[in-house]
Design a protein around this ligand. Structure first.
Ligand SMILES: [Zn+2]
Ligand SMILES: [Zn+2]
Length: 272
């Protein structure tokens, strides 16, 4: 069974959305027999990002400063363990040159080990309005009428661009928004197929995210997407997306069973 995760979160700087410190996560990883752990807090940066939650940053200097502090926090905790500990970020990707230039500046100014490509938001094509459905559905953050329906297709187009960008070790929770019942109708199968084609063409690893079993009764991505990716030999890693010590390694046996049932043999092992 896979005995590591490269996708988990801490309560970094007292404002990130994990519930435990890096030290507690590392100690728990050791306790459950992990050989290594990659800690990947959110990188929610964009010049047009609104402050709908404390992790959102729209100032590049604040971003560099914050992310470097998070890295140092993890490296300090890692000094007391025999476990191999890596620091990455789960990055909210945007396809504009504006964002890419800033992201490249951030990457060259911090010393992270890897980056996970993701998107949690829905944005207009010009990235002038960026809305996180989580903030809308869970915190009642105001959202223009019809905004999500009109712009949801940009999520899928953005994921294709994230795959093509070459920035990322793997791509997170492809069908994330099904936890809000978004994108579950058959009309969204075409955009999902485009993502499958891009993952195949770019040999881009992606994750089987087990947290879906807590939130929507299905892992990310859908069974049918996993089967399509299996026959195309796209490398997969199991991620717990743990936000607390109790969630480390959650549902890994079930994930292994699912991969074995569909004869998914191409696994991605980080080589950092
Ligand atoms: Zn995520
Ligand atoms: Zn995550």
């Amino acid at each position: 069974m896979q005995n590591y995760t490269y996708h988990c979160h801490t309560h970094a700087l007292g404002k990130y959305d994990g519930r435990n410190t890096a030290q507690e996560m590392i100690e728990q990883a050791e306790k459950i027999g992990f050989t290594e752990i990659g800690i990947s807090n959110h990188m929610c940066y964009h010049p047009n990002m609104i402050h709908s939650n404390p992790m959102n940053i729209n100032d590049i200097n604040e971003a560099i400063d914050t992310y470097q502090q998070i890295i140092e926090e993890v490296r300090q905790a890692a000094a007391f363990t025999k476990l191999k500990v890596f620091v990455g970020f789960e990055v909210d990707f945007f396809s504009s040159k504006l964002w890419r230039d800033d992201f490249e500046t951030i990457m060259s100014n911090i010393k992270a080990d890897y980056y996970i490509g993701a998107s949690h938001v829905i944005q207009t094509a010009d990235e002038s309005i960026i809305i996180n459905p989580y903030d809308v559905f869970h915190h009642g953050y105001p959202c223009p009428e019809n905004f999500i329906a009109e712009n949801y297709h940009n999520y899928w187009e953005n994921i294709v661009e994230a795959i093509k960008s070459g920035y990322f070790s793997f791509i997170a929770h492809l069908d994330l928004h099904k936890i809000f019942r978004l994108g579950i109708e058959p009309e969204w199968n075409n955009p999902k197929r485009k993502v499958i084609e891009a993952l195949t063409e770019y040999k881009q690893p992606f994750e089987l995210n087990t947290s879906g079993w807590n939130k929507s009764n299905e892992q990310h991505p859908h069974d049918w997407m996993l089967k399509e990716l299996a026959v195309r030999n796209v490398p997969v890693i199991i991620s717990d997306d743990a936000h607390s010590i109790q969630m480390l390694g959650q549902h890994f046996a079930r994930a292994e069973q699912l991969l074995s049932d569909i004869n998914y043999t191409t696994r991605w092992k980080p080589n950092i």
